[in-house]
Design a protein around this ligand. Structure first.
Ligand code: PLP
Length: 426
């Protein structure tokens, strides 16, 4: 049996217990939160889908377009060198944010999905063959499932799955049998975007390494909310999306150990990813630019740099502690309504709560809440296989970020009670 490592236990709940956020001051940094929706103050609880943007990010993006709109890495003129400097500085900021060992280990992508596809094509198609195995989990977002299905079809590799237990945790007991010398890659989510479960990443990574497999961590739901240190985790590859941490859409990064990135082939081909080109062949640029073909998302990655600086200035430990407190409060309030069923009871859980209210379809509930200015998500949250495990087609999901308050949780709970009265299912 694989025991959960001390490092994973420490990573949960132990950070910054005493750190308190000045949430009102933080809220003032997010212009979108000032608005009213249908005449009611916006209560934005769809942060697992995307986060609101602080003023510093909006300014960084606008500033690029106002002063420095030029292509990067190509021209010698002033605007281009300013744009290049800002774009590459954003890489340094992401590098520090993840505690990556070198800036060259940070590949800019348009988000977690693109990062996973990059690995599936650039690594998978050149390193896997029939009989090899890829270990995933039942709780993956479609983005960390479908690219591996395509890879399996192309290479003859087999997909294997760690199952989810009733409480929303992964069945680690299965690791011993699922991990064999055939396992070449273990790709799994750090935090479930449905159950909120914080998976014991270090434990799974170490177990994978013991059989010689490499690991890919889908950190789309962890990097925005808690300190993530790629060196402490010893993870081989990690992806996240900028828009979920207050950065622009189409920003994000893939972290990779240098030797793994070096062993990969390009994903997209074109300008900037080459060192020299002849009519019939080409040689590749160095890592990470080898994976950044064409004009990149310049303003977006500059905005991402501003977003991680903003989060760092608030403090990731304090953000995590705030969300832990808010989640505990929300769970207690929701559990007090007998008709509410919550999916996911992992002891280590993040600020994502999926639930159903007996007698109300989740889409109807989300629509009624919207009329009161409360934004939640209803659906399968891009996790259809997990919803099959839960035996549900759809759930309602409330997800928190650093700017959410207990008063907003109260508004959600009051909204649910009103919906129960509306449908006559109290
Ligand atoms: N992985 C997880 C766990 C997610 O929650 C998401 C988005 O919801 C993704 C991957 C995909 O992120 P993106 O659509 O930004 O590429």
């Amino acid at each position: 049996m694989v025991a959960v490592e001390e490092r994973d236990m420490q990573a949960v709940g132990a950070w910054g217990h005493n750190a308190r956020l000045d949430v009102e001051r933080i809220r003032a940094d997010f212009p979108a939160l000032e608005q009213q929706v249908y005449g009611r103050p916006l209560v934005y609880l769809d942060n697992a889908a995307t986060a609101q943007k602080p003023r510093s990010v909006i300014e960084a993006v606008c500033g690029h377009y106002r002063r420095d709109a030029a292509n990067v890495h190509r021209a010698v003129h002033a605007l281009s060198s300013r744009a290049t400097l800002a774009y590459e500085e954003a890489r340094d900021r992401v590098c520090r944010f993840l505690n990556a060992p070198a800036r060259e280990t940070i590949v800019f992508t348009r988000g977690a999905t693109e990062g996973i596809n990059l690995v599936a094509y650039g690594w998978g198609r050149h390193h896997l063959r029939e009989g090899d195995e890829i270990l995933l989990t039942e709780m993956e977002h479609h983005s960390n499932l479908v690219p591996w299905q395509l890879l399996a079809q192309a290479t003859g590799a087999q997909l294997r799955f760690l199952r989810v237990r009733r409480d929303g945790t992964l069945n680690l007991d299965e690791l011993d049998t699922l991990l064999t010398e055939r396992t070449k890659l273990v790709a799994f989510t750090h935090v479930s975007n449905v159950l909120g479960t914080i998976n014991p990443a270090a434990t799974i990574i170490d177990a994978a390494h013991r059989v010689g497999a490499i690991t890919l961590l889908d950190a789309a739901q962890s990097v925005p909310h808690m300190p993530v240190d790629v060196q402490a985790l010893d993870v081989d590859l990690l992806v996240f999306s900028g828009h979920k941490l207050g950065g622009p859409t189409s920003s994000g990064a893939l972290y990779g150990k240098r030797e793994i990135l070096e062993s990969m082939e390009p994903f997209l081909a074109g300008g900037d990813m080459i060192s020299s080109v002849w009519l019939d062949h080409a040689a590749w640029n160095e890592v990470p630019w080898k994976f950044e073909a064409g004009t990149p998302a310049i303003a977006e990655q500059i905005g991402l740099g501003a977003a991680v600086e903003y989060l760092t200035s608030v403090g990731m430990e304090a953000i995590h502690a705030h969300e832990q407190r808010l989640t505990a409060y929300a769970l207690a309030q929701l559990q007090a309504i007998p008709a509410v069923e919550i999916y996911g009871e992992a002891p280590a859980r993040a600020g994502v709560i999926s639930f159903l209210v007996a007698g109300i379809h989740p889409h109807d509930l989300a629509q009624l809440l919207d009329q009161e200015g409360i934004a939640v998500r209803a659906g399968n949250h891009c996790a259809q296989p997990l919803h099959r495990v839960l035996d549900q087609v759809a759930t309602c999901r409330a997800s928190f970020y650093l700017y959410n308050t207990e008063a907003e949780v109260d508004a959600l709970v009051a909204g649910i009670r009103r919906a129960q009265r509306f449908f006559g299912v109290e």
